[in-house]
Design a protein around this ligand. Structure first.
Ligand code: UT7
Length: 329
């Protein structure tokens, strides 16, 4: 019997309307367009505005567009996974709310959280369900309303992040396409450099935690930077090596979009020409769980069936990893 693989058969993204430029940030904190551009590569990011608007609203928009693009109804979806660090509520899962808003009634759904690597981990989890042969249409959503956990008085973090959602549909194929292999790693000791101090079971919310501004992203940029530049390249190279993939065999590298300098250093360490490295950080900033599918969506027209694509991410946890994907469309 041929082993089933899970192929991406549709991809779609959603970006909220409001664009927060570097010029506007210059009015909010002590920063400059020059600093943000040269240190991060970011020019603007989208922000979800409006009372009552949350991560699930962006996720549902992405899913509606995805199903329309594939020409299927919501009743055909078997499973929906959402990777996010900014769930609408602590519970229920944002995936449940996305399914509800997108009219998905015949599926089960749940969230996954591996910070910036979340989309990759969710994609492999979803692929495993598809490979079982039991689930024919599985949606993976990467969505974050980062503006809900960004401290707009902290210039070290507020310039970095944006809001967005993106979704892919996975379906079984007997061809040698789709999710082929992956390598994931975590190191929990890295939490000290990147986390949210309060709001969890360790430190439930109090007036004091609010006064101390502990419900926002806390990041020590330099150590995270140092790990990110080596880990994404090294895990991608390990994955390629064990599959006999040479640099010339790789059509595209899709790195998590946290900093242009990290993206460039990763490409250089892997000896990949810059033309093969997907970049859209200038338009969206770091959208955490949405960066990688948003890249695939932006570059969709340039992708060809059979292209070898390496997806790689590094983020809070620390978590990092890489997936070898063969484009199926
Ligand atoms: O997606 C999750 C994973 N996250 C990452 O991968 C992020 C990794 N880290 C980074 O991308 C970078 O470390 C940052 C972009 C966060 C910071 O860049 P950096 O080159 O590491 O800057 P730095 O933190 O070393 O700060 C350099 C200087 C400092 O001033 P002094 O001490 O040299 O006087 C900062 O206070 O830049 C200052 N600075 C700013 N200046 C203007 C920090 N933020 C700003 C700002 N505008 N927004």
């Amino acid at each position: 019997m041929t082993r089933l693989k899970a192929a991406i058969t549709a991809i779609h993204g959603y970006l909220p309307e409001y664009v927060l430029t570097n010029a506007e940030l210059e009015q909010i904190v002590d920063t400059t367009d020059e600093w943000i551009s040269t240190r991060t590569g970011i020019k603007e990011r989208h922000i979800l505005k409006g009372e009552g608007k949350a991560t699930s609203d962006m996720g549902a928009e992405a899913v509606r567009g995805l199903l329309k693009k594939r020409g299927i109804g919501p009743e055909e979806v078997d499973l929906l996974l959402c990777s996010t660090v900014t769930p609408d509520m602590k519970f229920p899962a944002t995936a449940n709310l996305i399914s509800h808003k997108a009219g998905i009634k015949n599926a089960f759904s749940y969230d996954m959280n591996a910070a910036c690597s979340g989309f990759l981990y969710a994609l492999v989890t979803a692929a495993n369900f598809v490979e079982l042969g039991k689930y024919k249409k599985v949606v993976v959503v990467g969505a974050d309303k980062m503006s809900s956990i960004v401290d707009y008085t902290d210039r070290q973090t507020c310039v970095l992040f944006g809001d967005a959602a993106s979704a892919v549909l996975l379906e079984p194929t007997e061809e040698d396409l789709g999710v082929i292999d992956h390598k994931f790693e975590t190191d929990g000791s890295g939490y000290v450099h990147l986390h949210m101090k309060a709001g969890g079971s360790l430190k439930p919310p109090t007036y004091d935690t609010i006064d101390a501004r502990e419900h926002y992203i806390y990041q020590e940029g330099q150590p995270v930077f140092k790990f990110a530049v080596t880990k994404m390249a090294d895990v991608s190279l390990d994955l390629m090596k064990r599959n006999g993939l040479k640099v010339d065999d790789v059509s595209w590298l899709v790195p998590h979009q946290a900093n242009m300098r990290i993206i460039e250093a990763t490409g250089r360490r892997m000896a990949l020409p810059a033309e093969k490295v997907m970049v859209n950080i200038q338009k969206y900033g770091n959208t955490t769980n949405a960066t990688i599918p948003l890249c695939l969506w932006d570059y969709e027209k340039q992708l060809n069936k059979g292209d070898n694509i390496i997806l790689t991410a590094f983020g809070g946890g620390f978590t990092w990893g890489a997936i070898w994907l063969k484009w199926a469309l």
